[in-house]
Ligand binder design. Structure first.
Ligand SMILES: [Mg+2]
Length: 349
């Protein structure tokens, strides 16, 4: 046991990052059951359930890492904890039905505060027709930790993975990107102002949309419904939690393909655009690297283009290429830039 802590040649978490850590920890896991159709490596695991598959995913929110009690109301934190899990189920083209909710909480929280948290969770579950069916509670030495596990279902031939994009497929994204990141920057800025002078009122006017994108994201289950209605089965899909760049690379690497994205096709809301300019950030960089938008990034076969081309909720932003062509962005001034995985590194803080 002591060796683990004393051996100087041990690897620092910072040096491998979150994705590196997941790779290390899950490297030699083998699946023993026939029903375990797909394990680690997608938005959710896929379990055989007869005519349907069950998709299961889990996500943890940690105070000080994923949310900050200075500006995130507990009701919003609860809502977001459920919403981000439902988003992973949507990313499998499945419907969420049940969640299990576990919390570890320090004694500085009141019962009423935790009721607020659960009110937010219940609101999100109600909105998306999901049942809370279990969980666990524990004391915590510092802060609040929320862990949610979600279970969803899809017909066996409708479940969509990250690893099945095909050459020439079109790359699509729902909604708009970069807003959640700009919302976070606003909240961080106002937090600093508040810490320096608690009597100053926060300047949040005109930021309602991007603040909501950060504090209260919505899982795009409406897009799953729309795709089914239009009889479109995406060839691959992921939800955007780490940023367009990182999540596009997940699809490409797991599908063994490359891609070309067009900067001028990336959907960006006006409020996101204006705020990015205020912060001297290129708006498309906020979209590529910001993360937490919880939009759906998916690929479709070209014959499906006509079914989707007039849908304002979806933008076609590029196409899939052969693997050896690499993954790149064509900028507004026609330069080719290699996409970088710039999702946040949880261990850099
Ligand atoms: Mg995901």
């Amino acid at each position: 046991m002591n060796d683990i802590f004393e051996n100087k040649s041990l690897t620092n978490l910072k040096s491998i990052g979150e994705f590196g850590l997941i790779d290390r920890l899950t490297d030699n896991i083998s699946l023993r059951h026939e029903r375990s159709l797909c394990g680690v490596g997608d938005d959710a695991a896929i379990i055989d359930a007869g005519e349907n598959v069950q998709v299961i995913s889990t996500d943890m929110l940690v105070e000080g890492i994923h949310f900050d009690m200075h500006y995130a109301p507990l009701k919003h934190v609860g809502y977001k904890a459920i919403a981000v899990n439902l988003s992973d189920i949507a990313a499998m083209n499945a419907r969420p039905e049940q969640v299990l909710v576990s919390i570890a909480v320090s004694s500085r929280y009141s019962v009423e505060a935790l009721e607020e948290l659960y009110d937010g969770m219940k609101l999100c579950c109600e909105r998306y027709g999901v049942d809370i069916v279990g969980g666990d509670t524990s004391a915590s030495m510092s802060g609040l930790v929320i862990s949610v596990t979600v279970i969803g279902y899809a017909p066996k031939n409708k479940v969509v993975k990250r690893s099945t994009a095909q050459e020439h497929d079109l790359v699509c994204v729902s909604g708009d990107l970069g807003g959640a990141y700009m919302g976070l920057l606003i909240l961080e800025r106002e937090k600093q102002v508040f810490l320096e002078n608690p009597s100053v009122q926060p300047e949040l006017e005109g930021c309602d949309y991007i603040l909501e994108r950060q504090l209260k994201p919505e899982p795009r289950l409406d897009i799953i419904g729309m795709l089914a209605e239009k009889n479109i089965l995406p060839t691959s899909m992921i939800d955007i939690s780490d940023g367009l760049s990182s999540d596009m690379l997940h699809i490409c690497h797991q599908s063994h393909k490359g891609c070309r994205l067009y900067e001028d096709k990336i959907p960006i809301d006006n409020q996101t655009y204006d705020m990015a300019m205020d912060f001297a950030i290129t708006p498309s960089v906020a979209a590529l690297n910001g993360g937490e938008d919880y939009e759906l990034l998916f690929t479709i076969a070209q014959p499906d283009y006509d079914k989707i081309k007039n849908d304002i909720a979806v933008s076609v932003i590029g196409y899939i290429t052969a693997e050896n062509e690499g993954c790149s962005l064509i900028t507004k001034d026609d330069k080719l830039i290699t996409l970088q995985a710039q999702g946040w590194n949880a261990y850099e803080k």
